[in-house]
Design a protein around this ligand. Structure first.
Ligand SMILES: CCCCCCCCCCCCCCCC(=O)SCCNC(=O)CCNC(=O)[C@H](O)C(C)(C)COP(=O)(O)OP(=O)(O)OC[C@H]1O[C@@H](n2cnc3c(N)ncnc32)[C@H](O)[C@@H]1OP(=O)(O)O
Length: 139
């Protein structure tokens, strides 16, 4: 499963009233990274809509000046759906500050679900296998 990497610098306009990274901003970066992973696989961004963001967990905060690094990928495909997963780190830390899944649907020109005709290969690692199993469980 191809992994997409992206990064953001936390700036003043990204902060909340606590002076830490605003949850809405990191959620936006999360959705965007997942969307990019879905588009990279399907190649038709205009036909992909976001259906659901599944249980985002904010484990640690981030501060102004931190570098936020995101790794996203598609972990499960259905007929029209794509389940994506992203992990977000800050600076060089090993433990993620946030992780979660987002589901996208491939639609036709009328906005109705349409087959994307993409099947993922078998998982190549234990991590990929676990992510695929987790993706099957979420609703
Ligand atoms: C929080 C902060 C946000 C910040 C944010 C910032 C944004 C940072 C920028 C990045 C941006 C990127 C994102 C751009 C793209 C839009 O922004 S799209 C705009 C938002 N999304 C929409 O407007 C979509 C509105 N919803 C719909 O139009 C319809 O519900 C849909 C999505 C077309 C689905 O239609 P439907 O008839 O309900 O679909 P249905 O046939 O029942 O199911 C279709 C598939 O979904 C699956 N499915 C149905 N329900 C579920 C479910 N609950 N869970 C999982 N799968 C499900 C089905 O199993 C089926 O899968 P397949 O078997 O075909 O593989």
């Amino acid at each position: 499963m191809k992994e997409i990497s992206s990064a953001h610098l936390v700036k003043s306009e990204d902060l909340n009233h606590h002076g830490t990274l605003f949850a809405g901003r990191i959620a936006e970066w999360f959705v965007e990274a997942c969307f990019i992973a879905a588009c990279d696989l399907i190649k038709k961004p205009e036909n992909i809509v976001c259906l659901k963001i599944h249980g985002l967990e904010f484990r640690k905060s981030a501060m102004k000046g931190d570098i936020i690094k995101i790794k996203s990928r598609v972990v499960l495909t259905g007929r029209s759906s794509l389940k994506t997963y992203a992990k977000i780190y800050k600076n060089d830390e090993v433990e993620p500050i946030l992780e979660g899944f987002a589901t996208f649907v491939h639609v036709d020109e009328n906005g109705r679900p349409a087959p994307h005709n993409v099947t993922l290969p078998e998982p190549e690692s234990e991590e990929e296998r676990i992510l695929r199993e987790r993706a099957k469980q979420i609703i």
